[in-house]
Design a protein around this ligand. Structure first.
Ligand code: FE2
Length: 446
């Protein structure tokens, strides 16, 4: 979506993305049998069959009924699939559509959506300009696909998902452990990205003091050093809330890690394997990230720092769509879209580096920032308050950059994710930052 396209090209692109996205949803829901689909694998997650029908229901509400002006397919089930009405833990008790019904439902809705796509104007009103409503629904399905992957990770049983490991990081390269981002203003957010969501808008200038940021996300080896140094037993590194949660939840290491025979092991989609030392750590909550950073003598980056590191081009003064430029992601840029079932080793994807040389900002792991979820100056809820605005609260911490499980459609330099600071079933990691000392971050930096 880099430029205005012909109407026909846009329709063709939307149709292709609808197909590609549905293939992904199918892989995730056909990998297990019907019993597994209706079962709740964790109280933190919905049964997979709920996600599937909810994807169809949102698509029906927005594209069939609202955009298309068509008769409802199943208005009787709206309430069941309203995420605000039923917390995840309660969803298995609802009279949900069974697997066969859910599949028929999403496919009936999809047929109608292709019909709507054929006839509806893709301009003239904000919901339809550049196909926004279709882009929003595509991103919604991709986001639920990532959620379903988190459910698969929590599911107990033999592995059912398979993908090749990411390639090793290029041999013989060297890069500094942290990068100086000089002080100055940059443009945060976007007013031009056609499928950007309301919380990414509008573009606005932000002054950021000079800071250092880790070149790569924090690795498993670095995180294991914190664990082995007694980081989970030393209250000094934890905030009061973080320590209370650590104690109450009994946190001892990242989710799924176990120490056995002098070595760390993890369970990944049903397979038990040694924890790879050079992979970015994942499945850590915000409190754990905060404690690690304090132990390391650093802190989490603010959201503005993260975005400046990812998008600001000091040579031109403008903000890029992605760290590498304005082109859509390719497999050379970033580990996205479930091509692999894990993050790539730190130091991978030199072609995806930012102008200042910061790596792996997009893909691999969602990165916790220190910032609470809020609206940008000039924020306007669109197309509905429940998309973002009702979540604006310091209680939710912003995560940036997407993970290996995030599709390229639902990930860009401006994209904002948010979650509770205790969450760790998501594919979350982090990198650390520190203030530049006076002189370092001024006048163009080192
Ligand atoms: Fe949803």
């Amino acid at each position: 979506m880099t430029e205005a396209r012909s109407d026909e090209a846009l329709r063709t692109q939307i149709a292709a993305e609808l197909d590609r996205t549905r293939r992904r949803s199918s892989v995730l829901t056909e990998a297990v049998d019907d019993g597994d689909l209706v079962q709740q694998h964790s109280p933190l997650m919905s049964p997979l069959v709920w996600d599937l029908a909810h994807i169809g229901n949102q698509e029906e509400l927005w594209l069939v009924r609202d955009v298309g002006g068509r008769e409802p397919v199943r208005s009787d089930i709206d309430e069941l699939y309203d995420a605000f009405r039923h917390p995840r833990k309660d969803r298995p008790q609802l009279p949900l559509l069974g697997p066969g019904e859910a599949r028929r439902y999403v496919s009936t809705v999809r047929d109608k959506v292709f019909d709507v796509l054929d006839g509806v104007p893709l301009e003239g009103q904000p919901l339809l300009d550049s196909g926004f409503a279709f882009g929003m629904i595509l991103q919604h399905e991709q986001q639920h696909d990532e959620t379903m992957l988190a459910t698969h990770q929590l599911r107990v049983g033999a592995p059912v998902l398979h993908a090749p490991a990411p390639p090793p990081a290029p041999a013989g390269q060297s890069f500094p452990p942290e990068i100086l981002v000089p002080a100055g203003e940059f443009t945060m957010g976007t007013s031009t990205e056609p499928w950007a969501l309301d919380n990414e808008r509008p573009a606005h200038a932000v002054q950021v003091d000079g800071f250092w940021i880790d070149t790569t996300p924090v690795s498993n080896a670095a995180y294991a050093a914190f664990v082995e140094a007694g980081g989970y037993d030393d209250q000094r590194w934890w905030s009061a809330e973080g320590w209370a949660h650590r104690v109450e939840a009994g946190l001892r290491a990242p989710s799924s890690w176990q120490h056995d025979n002098g070595q760390w092991w993890r369970t990944r989609f049903g397979a038990v394997e040694p924890v790879p030392p050079d992979e970015p750590v994942q499945h850590v909550c915000w409190y754990e990230a905060e404690a690690y950073a304090r132990w390391a003598g650093k802190r989490l980056p603010t959201e503005a720092e993260w975005e400046k590191a990812a998008r600001h081009d000091p040579a031109t003064g403008r903000s890029r769509r992605f760290p590498w430029g304005d082109d859509d992601p390719t497999p050379e840029h970033a580990n996205l879209g479930q091509r692999h079932l894990q993050p790539a080793p730190v130091g991978s994807y030199p072609d995806g580096a930012s102008p200042l040389g910061v790596r792996q900002l997009i893909g691999d792991v969602w990165e916790w920032t220190s910032t609470g979820f809020h609206g940008y100056p000039g924020f306007a809820a669109f197309p509905y308050r429940e998309y973002s605005e009702v979540f604006f609260s310091p209680t939710y911490k912003v995560l940036r950059g997407g993970s290996w499980a995030t599709d390229k459609l639902a990930c860009r330099g401006t994209f904002r994710n948010w979650d509770y600071p205790i969450r760790r079933q998501i594919f979350s990691g982090f990198r650390t930052a520190r203030d530049a000392v006076p002189g370092e971050g001024e006048g163009g930096g080192a």
